[in-house]
Write a protein that binds this ligand. Structure first.
Ligand code: GLN
Length: 230
């Protein structure tokens, strides 16, 4: 693996699943992508002198695209897992996240993971959340293409719970995008996001160095504040 897929030798083509606010989403006007991951990846581009071009893909299409080399990397709120690390490489961790259960505001039965037995649960395809719920006894699992669709199913009352990345569910509630739901206080996992790269990518070191520089210079913190303040 030595060649960039971008039109220019200096362009990194970076895949993302663009409905995971506040990490990646379509801007309200203009249709460009925006979000924490988008700002961070652009800053890495600036730091490293590489141009960054985003390519939207379904979440379950990202790892195959990395493996076939049709993209140079991916930033998509993707958790570093041992399973994924068998097929792709990751940058150093850039964000601490974890799974949370969301339920309807008036639900007082589900207070922890153990209460999910025999419940109707919505998850997003190919995610750590989907993996987590697989072994729950008697659960009726419905899988959606993206997190907003799974959460909407909960708002509509068609499922009892959603297992999804806590920062994304909390952001949807905070912004008022979704109403009538709440997050159960118990966090199910501690997870770390990484930028995903093909095995043997020549850019792992450059990306890790740029991330470190952005952290050291306080630029990471500025981006963090922009999307997570308050
Ligand atoms: N962090 C979760 C995972 O990696 C969800 C990512 C996402 O939906 N974009 O599986």
């Amino acid at each position: 693996y030595s060649q960039l897929t971008g039109a220019n030798a200096n362009t990194l083509v970076i895949a993302t699943e663009p409905t995971f606010p506040p990490f990646e989403m379509a801007a309200k006007t203009g249709g460009e992508l925006e979000g924490f991951d988008i700002d961070l990846m652009r800053a890495i581009g600036q730091e490293s002198g590489l141009k960054v071009k985003f390519e939207s893909l379904p979440f379950d299409g990202i790892i195959p695209a990395l493996q076939s080399g049709t993209v140079d990397g991916a930033i998509s709120g993707m958790t570093i897992t041992p399973e994924r690390a068998k097929t792709i490489a990751f940058s150093r961790p850039y964000f601490k996240a974890g799974l949370a259960i969301a339920v309807q505001e008036n639900n007082s039965n589900i207070k922890s993971f153990a209460d999910l037995d025999n419940q109707r649960i919505a998850v997003q395809i190919s995610t750590t959340g989907a993996n987590k719920v697989k072994t729950i006894p008697g659960a009726k699992i419905t899988t959606f293409d993206n997190a907003p669709l799974a959460l909407q199913e909960l708002v509509n009352g068609n499922v009892d719970a959603v297992v999804n990345d806590a920062p994304v569910t909390l952001y949807a509630i905070k912004t008022g995008n979704l109403q009538g739901i709440k997050v159960v206080s118990e966090l199910l996992t501690e997870e770390y996001y990484g930028i995903a790269l093909p095995h043997k990518s020549p850019y792992i070191q450059i990306i890790n160095n740029s991330l470190q520089t952005l952290i050291d210079q306080g630029k990471y913190q500025v981006i963090y504040q922009k999307w997570f303040a308050g």
